[in-house]
Design a protein around this ligand. Sequence first.
Ligand code: FAD
Ligand code: SF4
Length: 401
Amino acid sequence: MTSVTPQPAKHKKARALKPSSRRPAKELCSECGLCDTYYIHYVKEACAFLNQQIADLETKAHGRSRNLDHPDDWYFGVNQKMITAKKINPIEGAQWTGIVSTIAMEMLKQGKVEGVVCVQNTKEDRFQPMPIIARTPEEVLAARVNKPTLSPNLSVLEQVEQSGMKRLLVIGVGCQIQALRSVQNELGLEKLYVLGTPCVDNVNREGLQKFLETTSRSPETVVHYEFMQDFRIHFKHEDGSIEKVPFFGLKTNQLKDVFASSCMSCFDYVNSLADLVVGYMGAPFGWQWILVRNDIGQELLDLVQDQLETQPVMSKGDRKQAVQQSIPAYDKGVTLPMWAAKMMGVVIEKIGPKGLEYARFSIDSHFTRNYLYLKRNHPEKLEAHVPEYAKRIVEQYKLPD
Ligand code: FAD
Ligand code: SF4
């Protein structure tokens, strides 16, 4: 009998790209980090912007893909349950109440995983992402709060395989998770948990600076910000003060090119492939919105259930007219005078969509905008890149040519 020398997996012979090299997805690259590792070997199949394969990956991760006969599936993806929740004792300095960080810390404390992929910031810059594999709850805690910039979370994947780690939790946004799902069987893991957040309108570090400088009264003191359900952006400053700027008063003409091209071409706002998703936009103000996509997601949620106050999801209002009106306004880069923007914000907040209907409003507005962006800038990608569920969402509206 001849002995066979085990061959290293093919990907180990591949070379990560240098930071300065152009990525395979070119300007659509979201800097997810995959190409910073030898898993670049799989990029043609795995990259969310080269090979949109959400339906297939949903089947692998959740046992089924979206049911296209159900509009709620178009919007929210495969899920067993949706609830709204907040931590009874919120984590100071978290983006919302810190449900994501709490789950990840519990996973380590209870020995369910050996590491957590998450993203801290560099010492010099609170908004410069620094992905890590956290091995202690303290390291997870230090990764709390959004880095509102493209973050190469998957750049640490080589370290996972090299460390011999067998059980891992990854926290990430949709494009990162799509690539992760494609390569998850190559990581040498026995168990993978995926905890996602929704994501939209992300920017690179320079884009973030421009956004802050055009929109906030004091860009250098912003600690975090969020596009809120009251149709305003809430900037939290170092001194704890909150500055509110109405969406309708944004200088759209100056901000048109700020968002990354990847985010202008993204149709995975709600992180379709994560086991559990924690956001806010389907919840009343102050609450977080949780989607349990499969049994693994339920296992993640169960870990912190006793630390949460929960209530059922609700839905109120009708978004359709507001979305239809926002389409040409955004397209033409119309900016309202601040007094009119404030007034419009107040009226819409009173009579506008709430709960899940607000989430649908936000999804509709972004998908119609992104569809137009793709049609104008990458028409050759339109057919294959836009998932079937997103086409159905967009078809509900009249779009300019
Ligand atoms: P925390 O406990 O503060 O933990 C935040 C976690 O996010 C950390 O573990 C960190 O590792 C991870 N993280 C931070 N920045 C990034 C990044 N750039 N890429 C990947 N992971 C990151 N929710 C909505 O409902 N609607 C939205 O439109 C929406 N937009 C978002 C845009 C961005 C860029 C991001 C990162 C998140 C967005 N979210 C959105 C999710 C929401 O803002 C909160 O992150 C989520 O509700 C969790 O809050 P928390 O207090 O539990 O998180
Ligand atoms: Fe590579 Fe990720 Fe960029 Fe695609 S999005 S080219 S996988 S770094």
